[in-house]
Ligand binder design. Structure first.
Ligand code: GLV
Length: 339
């Protein structure tokens, strides 16, 4: 049997690379910055044939890239989201695409709460206030924020991460209202979450948090109209994908007091430029896409991406496959390539 060759788009935490190397010849992109499509093509060419690509959410896996690596059988994306991969183009070329859902839900939900709490209680402003030498005395009206307990949390997208956010919100004594493609009776039962239309969720939320995938249907789900529907005191958190929010509309809404604040872990584009207008506002917190960034979770994501890769190169269709419908033709390709 031909030993498969795998290109890994960045050095990974934990044991994932060792595990991959037990099953395949592995090329690792050495830089912190993502490889360009040309770099990937170059590595694929130098590797004679590249059967697997372990990609990150910063890597655009599009038709051009797929064409530059014609022996590619598997794209294992180390992320729960896969908007960076052109899945129809992969399916057309009988390339299996996998992702890493589940293992990051709790860590991402923890971070979502970190953002909500930081924005509500002005943690980042407080830290700046101290560093700038403005803390002169305890003041009854200094840096007053909003209470979390008793407030209404709106969740858009009640998948794995949204459900974990709901569990945490229950612990904080919040009322929960949500909108999602499908109703989640078990989450409603456990957390008391109420299902509502998107409009109801926007209107009633003191805090709104987004946990939906980025698709053509969800792009700019939060726009000037939806922001105007929200309470003037509302705070928006986003740990999903920047593209769900029309960022210019958000800037205008925050500048004009249409809503009270925002905390974003994801932006459009990424990275956010340091002179972005949003960063001129005090009621804005932006972190650099780190919601899943705990040592344990990033190691689990890397390992799951490596396991998906190894399974797929053995001709199995892993549970976390995005395009299982190509299985029959794809398996025949794997057999031909790695016989
Ligand atoms: C992170 O954003 C992910 O999709 O895993």
């Amino acid at each position: 049997m031909t030993r498969p060759r795998v290109f890994v788009a960045r050095h990974l935490p934990g044991r994932a690379l060792e595990y991959l190397a037990e099953h395949a010849d592995v090329d690792i992109w050495p830089d912190e910055m993502p490889p360009s499509a040309a770099d990937v093509a170059d590595v694929a060419a130098r590797s004679v044939s590249c059967h697997g690509l372990l990609s990150l959410l910063t890597d655009r896996v599009d038709a051009a890239l797929l064409d530059s690596a014609p022996d590619l059988l598997v794209v294992s994306n180390m992320a729960t989201g896969f908007d960076n991969v052109d899945v129809p183009a992969a399916s057309e070329r009988l390339v299996l695409v996998t992702r890493t859902p589940g293992v990051l839900a709790e860590t991402t939900a923890d971070f979502t709460f970190a953002l909500i709490l930081a924005a509500a209680r002005r943690v980042v402003e407080g830290d700046r206030f101290t560093r700038e030498g403005r803390w002169k005395t305890w003041g009854p009206e200094v840096l007053l924020g909003q209470d979390i307990y008793g407030a209404t949390l709106g969740i858009v997208g009640m998948g794995g991460i949204g459900s974990e956010v709901a569990r945490r919100a229950k612990g904080f004594g919040m009322r929960i209202i949500y909108n999602s493609r499908t109703r989640k009776p078990e989450v409603e039962e456990e957390t008391g979450a109420e299902f509502g239309s998107l409009d109801e969720v926007l209107r009633e939320s003191d805090f709104l948090t987004i946990h939906a995938p980025l698709t053509p249907e969800t792009k700019h789900l939060i726009n000037a109209d939806s922001l105007r529907t929200m309470k003037r005191t509302a705070i928006l958190a986003n740990t999903s994908r920047g593209g769900l929010v029309d960022q210019w509309a958000l800037y205008e809404a925050l500048r004009d007091g249409v809503i009270a604040g925002t905390a974003l872990d994801v932006t459009d584009p990424e990275p956010m430029a340091s002179d972005d207008p949003l960063l001129t506002l005090d009621n804005v917190i932006v972190t650099p896409h780190i919601a899943s960034a705990s040592v344990a979770t990033r190691s689990r994501m890397a390992m799951l991406a490596a396991e998906n890769m190894v399974r797929a190169l053995n001709g199995e269709v892993p549970e976390n496959t995005v395009n299982p419908e190509i299985a029959v033709g794809w398996r025949a390709r794997v057999r031909r390539s790695l016989a």
